[in-house]
Write a protein that binds this ligand. Sequence first.
Ligand SMILES: NC(=O)c1ccc[n+]([C@@H]2O[C@H](COP(=O)([O-])OP(=O)(O)OC[C@H]3O[C@@H](n4cnc5c(N)ncnc54)[C@H](O)[C@@H]3O)[C@@H](O)[C@H]2O)c1
Length: 317
Amino acid sequence: MSKIRVALIGAGGMANRVHYPSLVEFGDVEIVGLCDVIEEKLKATAQKFKIEKTFTNYKKMLEETNPQAVYILMPPHHLFDLVIHCLNQKLHVFIEKPPGINTEQTMQMALLAEKNKCLTMTGFQRRFSPLSVAAKKKVDERGLVQCTAFFVKNYSGGPYYAGATDILTCDAIHAVDNLRWMGGEVKKVVSDVRAIDTTYNNVFNAMVKFESGAVGFLVANWIVGKRIFSIEMHGKGISAFVEPEVKSIIYKDNKEEGEVTLAKDAAESAELYKIAGFFAENRHFIDCVKENKQTITNFSDAVKTMELVDRIYHSQM
Ligand SMILES: NC(=O)c1ccc[n+]([C@@H]2O[C@H](COP(=O)([O-])OP(=O)(O)OC[C@H]3O[C@@H](n4cnc5c(N)ncnc54)[C@H](O)[C@@H]3O)[C@@H](O)[C@H]2O)c1
């Protein structure tokens, strides 16, 4: 079986913590090269994952290593030129969220990917968390009526990347994307977005009506007690409460006792990158490259999540 040739750009936090640990576990992936502009990070990451060929210039790496797919893992304001270059080389591309700093960038990336028949993926790993996937399947069997995406943090670090992007686009987008994943196509949005004690928006409320008739609620704010991410899905005779990195409880048919599943049991691992869905999202990308099939979080799909972010800003009650 031939291996998928993958080149890696970025030796930063997410690369080291969740993506490269996943890739090195796959027997059908060959990492052909690693690039970073910071020599120390390049060396340390290459050593950790036993990557032979290292580069400080990504164009040189692509020319010399002839990959099929490229991971481009860096903050959103550094991303665009590299993604466009790789798509122009007709390479398949994996990026982290957010897919650019605004919808226009994501749209241009999506259009070029479609034109050049590139497979693409945005790292919305919360669609791949084993607990969430299992709970969604159970609720979908009965028909979703309501859902909630709840994402809160205790944050006072100033504007994201010195103001290059905003909290909703860069980070709370996980909850926005999970709403779309649970509810489907968006019909109507009403919202309340505020800045509490800051110069940037840090509190986001939205009610989203989906084409299916189901309704979704976004509750996101960066001023509370601690970081919590959870989703709820309610359908006919079923309610699922999921903290993807902790546990899920599913109640059915008016029974008092819920069915409790621990995240580590669903993921068959205590490793966060497996529990949180990173391992599964990387597996999905590689499988799609092997089968020449578009991923579920491809750039065109990511445009819809960015558009929902825009609608939340522009639908203030
Ligand atoms: N999915 C999640 O839950 C999650 C969590 C945290 C961060 N993220 C996202 O992951 C992305 C990456 O974040 P990070 O914290 O890993 O970034 P980072 O800053 O730790 O790493 C980025 C690396 O890219 C390198 N780089 C930048 N430009 C380059 C270029 N032109 N050529 C080669 N290397 C270059 C930098 O030197 C750096 O080492 C961000 O968009 C962030 O929002 C996602």
